[in-house]
Design a protein around this ligand. Structure first.
Ligand code: 13P
Length: 252
């Protein structure tokens, strides 16, 4: 059965002490209950992962990294491998966030390598896709998302692909306060599910979780998540306040 997920991407926010405080607040709220069939994930900065896995109930609030290296091990100063992420107790890794594509030159070819390494290390990838505003205005958004997904994911076997979570994050909606309309989100999510159907068949497509990300907040989450192909959200700014994040979780 398809799982609903609400994941908080903290990006480059929170010192260790602040991160512990936020994670413990989220954990406490989530302990009060979440909607059926819903998984909660937080993605703090790498260096908080090991500590947070000792401080919170990770069966309740699962941990994700925001990235991993495209090489398995060795002389890559400053990089963090998928195996290292796994060893902290994290279960997920965000791959292909638009900020990594834009500021760090991550291409679909690089992301394909990261996906492979994540899966080899038993991490579930949360793979991000989404168009920039110019591409949407030029009506290229479907093509862009299609190549992001097919280039980095469609080499996987059916079994491997079933471990993927897709996050559609239109770049023009990230951190801008402009949210995709529920219709725009549903249209793209249905398109993505159709791509998966064409490649892996209906059963796999039915079961895959597709998240929406981009200025999702307590006031718009319910409307976005009520669409049949929107299975939760990848939340940036609003995941930095435990109360807001919990309100979004309860909207799923
Ligand atoms: P905002 O929710 O801050 O727009 O960020 C979305 C995002 O990029 C999550 O990965």
């Amino acid at each position: 059965m398809r799982k609903n997920i609400v994941a908080g991407n903290w990006k480059m926010n929170k010192t260790l002490d602040e991160g512990i405080q936020l994670a413990e607040e989220v954990d406490k709220l989530v302990a009060q209950g979440v909607p059926d069939n819903t998984e909660v994930i937080i993605a703090p900065p790498y260096i908080h992962l090991a500590e947070l896995s000792k401080r919170i109930n990770t069966k309740r609030v699962h941990l994700s990294a925001q990235n991993c290296a495209s090489e398995p091990t060795g002389a890559y100063t400053g990089e963090i491998s998928a195996a290292m992420v796994k060893s902290t107790g994290a279960e997920y890794v965000i791959i292909g966030h638009s900020e990594r594509r834009k500021y760090y030159g991550e291409t679909n070819a690089i992301l394909k390598k990261k996906i492979e390494l994540a899966l080899e290390n038993q991490l579930n990838p949360i793979y991000c896709c989404g168009e920039v505003l110019d591409q949407r205005n030029a009506n290229q958004h479907f093509e862009v998302v299609k190549s992001q997904i097919s280039d980095a994911l469609f080499f996987l076997s059916e079994e491997e692909f079933s471990k993927i979570i897709i996050a559609y994050e239109p770049v023009w909606a990230i951190g801008t306060g402009v949210t995709a309309s529920p219709e725009q989100a549903q249209e793209m999510h249905a398109y993505i599910r159709q791509l998966v159907t064409d490649r892996y068949g209906e059963q796999v497509a039915e079961n895959i979780t597709i998240l929406y990300g981009g200025s999702c907040k307590p006031s718009n989450a319910k409307e976005l998540f009520s669409n049949k192909d929107v299975d939760g959200g990848l939340i940036g700014g609003a995941s930095l306040k435990a109360g807001d994040f919990y309100a979004i979780i309860q909207s799923v």
